[in-house]
Design a binder for this molecule. Structure first.
Ligand SMILES: Cc1cc2nc3c(=O)[nH]c(=O)nc-3n(C[C@H](O)[C@H](O)[C@H](O)COP(=O)(O)OP(=O)(O)OC[C@H]3O[C@@H](n4cnc5c(N)ncnc54)[C@H](O)[C@@H]3O)c2cc1C
Length: 408
């Protein structure tokens, strides 16, 4: 009997762990090797800017699987070691410890890393990023001291850490070169809702300004200088200016890379034996009819298993409605679709925006392309169904809370 092929997953991440789970669930009995450069076994990152950062969630609650799960499923989990290169001709990955692992099929789930701020003083102590458990622990310790926090970037991570910092009693200023909060991800209409929420909790925004210098004393950051020359005292600076997909392994191996690893709707890269999923994949979405790189938990959760099925030769058509969620102060929300400027021409509200209990719908040519339920629950699947239908909707009925979403 021929030996089972070997499946190797680079990136011990949510997508990677879920892919390993799916391989076993689908009955694959051959070797599965899951390699990650962090010391922690695969974990979920959303709590790191929310409950874990606030000290409400235990570390034990963030892991994708129990510690014994990997050995029980005969998944060879190798932690604390990076994959340094892929030799496609030899079908082998080299690890930073000098070892090598052969593969028949390879999945890359290396995710993304925070974009670094390239200004003078960027290396000062107290200038913090947030991606890993260790980052979150470090940030929590810094915020517990109270003090003055300046956040570079009014995106999701910037705003969630702003909320946490306020809950710790810190003074918070957010510096953002764009004209408003969350502009690139949800546009000005809803961005302003979030900016208003934060203002009501005492956060100061400086829109239209970038961070141009970080000054310190005794090696620690003490002041942020903005592009307008403003000097903002700071005990802690949080840099939250987006992430960059960790696609260098793929690029060095000659795979097609453009804002992430290019993948088709079966999550196959330009090498048919190599797959990509999660934040690192710029994959064709058959619902949207284009490639999209999604930096959301739900995408990692779904695309890891999809890639695993594809590796097993099962037909896969990646058609996820992009979905994400956020919690800030007492506001909880879920959003589906792509509400980015350029992809919609109108926003319709169901419920009172000012009460922070409403649903917003982004429309293009009369059809719903995205929706966000804010402090309203159990409706996101119906919102996703509206997006999937692609059909024009009656806007008065859309705005009317008396009309069930399923009847639109
Ligand atoms: C603080 C925070 C809060 C978030 N909150 C939300 C939220 O509320 N809602 C939401 O939808 N999304 C949220 N996200 C985004 C979500 O967590 C990501 O989309 C998700 O983690 C992506 O998972 P992934 O499997 O693609 O990879 P990642 O989680 O990025 O993991 C990739 C892993 O691969 C490792 N790796 C990289 N290169 C190598 C290599 N060469 N060799 C070995 N290992 C390597 C990395 O170190 C990392 O451990 C949040 C993210 C962060 C950081």
């Amino acid at each position: 009997m021929p030996a089972e092929p070997a499946f190797v997953i680079v990136g011990a991440s949510l997508a990677g762990a879920k892919a390993a789970e799916t391989l076993r669930e689908e009955g694959f009995a051959g070797p599965v090797v899951l390699i990650g450069d962090e010391q922690q076994r695969p974990y979920e990152r959303p709590p790191l800017s929310k409950g874990f950062l606030l000290g409400r969630d235990e570390l034990s609650s963030v892991y994708v699987h129990e510690a014994g799960w990997y050995a029980e499923r005969d998944v060879d989990l190798r932690l604390g070691v990076a994959v340094s290169s892929i030799d496609r001709a030899a079908r082998q990955v080299s690890l930073a410890d000098g070892s090598a692992v052969s593969y028949d099929k390879l999945l890359i789930t290396t995710g993304a890393s925070p974009r670094r701020i390239g200004v003078p003083g960027a290396d000062l102590a107290g200038v913090l990023y947030l991606r890993s458990v260790g980052d979150s622990e470090q940030l929590r310790a810094a915020l517990q001291g109270g003090g003055r926090v300046v956040i570079a970037g009014a995106g999701w991570i910037g705003l969630e850490t702003a909320a946490a910092a306020r809950e710790y009693g810190c003074d918070v200023t957010v510096v953002e070169p764009e004209a408003g909060a969350l502009l690139r991800s949800i546009g000005p209409e809803l961005g302003e809702v979030f900016a208003g929420l934060h203002r009501s909790h005492g956060v100061l925004f400086r829109f239209g300004e970038g961070v141009s210098e970080l000054r310190g004393s005794g090696g620690r950051v003490s002041e942020v200088v903005t592009s307008t020359g403003a000097e903002l005292p700071a005990d802690v600076v949080i840099v939250a200016i987006g992430v960059i997909p960790d696609a260098s392994l793929a690029a060095d191996a000659g795979l097609d890379v453009d804002n992430g690893i290019l993948a088709d709707e079966a999550l196959r890269t330009s090498d048919p034996d190599i797959y990509a999923a999660g934040d690192v994949a710029n994959a064709f979405n058959s619902l949207l009819g284009r490639r999209i790189r999604v930096e959301h938990w739900a995408s990692a959760l779904a695309s890891g298993p999809e890639a695993a099925k594809s590796m097993l030769g099962q037909p896969v058509s990646h058609d996820l409605v992009p979905y994400f969620f956020s919690d800030q102060y007492d506001l909880g929300m879920e959003a589906a679709g792509v509400p980015e400027p350029g992809h919609y021409d109108q926003v319709v509200y169901r419920g009172d925006r000012d009460s922070l209990e409403f649903i917003a719908f982004w429309l293009a040519d009369g059809a719903v392309v995205a929706g966000m339920n804010v402090n309203v629950w159990d409706v996101n699947e119906e919102i996703q169904a509206l997006i999937r239908s692609g059909l024009p909707v009656d806007q008065d009925r859309l705005a009317d809370p008396g009309v069930p979403l399923a009847e639109l």
